[in-house]
Ligand binder design. Structure first.
Ligand code: SIN
Ligand code: CO
Length: 383
């Protein structure tokens, strides 16, 4: 298990999150890499995994996209292999991300892992998202500046870099050190020797993404069913004129939908869909009936939540006060309110143990839910 040292969550959230870059020396002590470069190279051969190699020699930048049959063919000069969503396939990598659960998981992206040889990096650049970068084996020099106007260059069509930024941080990171880089802060990491880096990235939906998703939700749920009315229509000189109060009325019609309880419901549904839809693990599909799940829960078999599954629920929901409502991968689930604490424990535990609990009448809903999750490939019993 990975847990953070030398780190105060409240101070970080108040003073640094989305505000200032920070180096956390020995954020993880005695850091053990969750994988090595050979495993990373193996992942980059998988067609289902997104990977890139960025290389430079004599100021000539190249970008190649995986899957790679012969990785060596692309590793010219100073090069980095970058692999996305490693947490989905390596449970120890998911464990590393869980150390950052003080930020809601619906804000979190996947874990990107990079391996670089000496002098390699992706060049000075800006990112739209916040990131924690953990130094694994080896060492890397990080320079981070403050937001501003920067000239951008594209030394390759797939690379966006900037020129000349003034660093406010210039430090060499060693295994277990962490650097936090807020969005839009220029940065550049150059490997001083062969090294592994783990990027815990964050995502933030744009209002365009929200509007598109909410429009689908609203249409599916027939939320925009009001029609324009104007009992007190004003007189006007020009027939084409739209009065201020008429524009206001249109706004009001849309605002009513945004202020409805259904909008909060959509928020939870939308945020549970963060990231790629999980592939259903056919190994488990329809494999367990409720009796078999019950027996496993009672005998203490651990239930493992598949990496990338990010259940969400609303702090306050008044839609239905008799049920606890939550969302997984965009799908709505509910159980009787009496099961809320048990469900919160189940949903929030990367590995869930049923130990020291007894099953009563309402537990049938819990067992049914666990069976559905297992047979959908979102959780699995580790026996
Ligand atoms: C890397 O890990 O090689 C690049 C991370 C970054 O600068 O965003
Ligand atoms: Co970056």
């Amino acid at each position: 298990m990975y847990s953070l040292n030398n780190f105060d969550i409240d101070i970080f959230l108040n003073q640094y999150w989305q505000k200032k870059p920070l180096v956390i020396k020995q954020g993880f002590d005695n850091f053990v890499d969750p994988l090595d470069e050979h495993e990373l190279a193996g992942l980059s051969q998988e067609p289902s995994i997104d990977s890139r190699i960025i290389s430079q020699s004599n100021s000539n930048w190249q970008v190649s996209h995986g899957p790679f049959e012969d990785i060596n063919a692309h590793c010219k000069g100073a090069w980095s292999l970058l692999v996305q969503a490693v947490d989905h396939v390596i449970p120890e990598a998911d464990g590393l991300m869980r150390a950052f659960d003080f930020i809601p998981h619906w804000r979190m992206d996947d874990l990107m892992v990079s391996f670089s040889n000496k002098d390699a990096g992706v060049g000075p650049h800006l990112d739209q998202y916040d990131v924690f970068i953990i130094q694994g084996k080896g060492s890397r020099r990080w320079q981070v500046g403050l937001p501003g106007e920067f000239e951008s260059i594209h030394p390759h069509k797939d690379l966006s870099q900037i020129v000349n930024f003034e660093p406010v941080i210039d430090q060499v990171l060693l295994p277990g050190d962490i650097i936090y880089i807020p969005a839009h802060h220029p940065h550049n990491g150059v490997a001083l020797q062969e090294c592994l880096n783990y990027s815990v990235g964050f995502r933030a939906p744009s209002s365009q993404e929200m509007l598109s998703s909410f429009a689908d939700f609203a249409l599916d749920n027939n939320l925009f069913n009001q029609r324009y009315t104007d009992q007190n229509i004003a007189t006007r000189e020009f027939s084409g004129e739209i009065k201020q109060q008429e524009t206001a009325r249109f706004k009001q019609m849309l605002a009513r939908v945004l202020e409805s309880e259904a909008f909060s419901d959509w928020t939870a549904q939308f945020l549970s869909q963060n990231g790629p839809k999980q592939d259903i693990d056919e190994q488990y599909e329809n494999r367990f009936d409720e009796k078999e799940i019950k027996q496993r829960l009672e005998t203490g078999v651990p239930f493992v939540r598949c990496p990338g599954i990010k259940p969400t629920f609303l702090e306050h929901s008044s839609i239905n006060s008799h049920e606890f409502v939550f969302y997984i991968q965009g799908e709505k689930f509910s159980v009787p309110l009496s099961l809320k604490n048990l469900l919160l424990d189940f949903l929030n535990s990367p590995v869930f143990y049923f130990k020291n609990r007894s099953l009563d009448k309402s537990s049938v809903f819990f067992i049914r839910f666990v069976a559905t999750m297992v047979n959908t490939g979102y959780w699995y019993p580790d026996d």
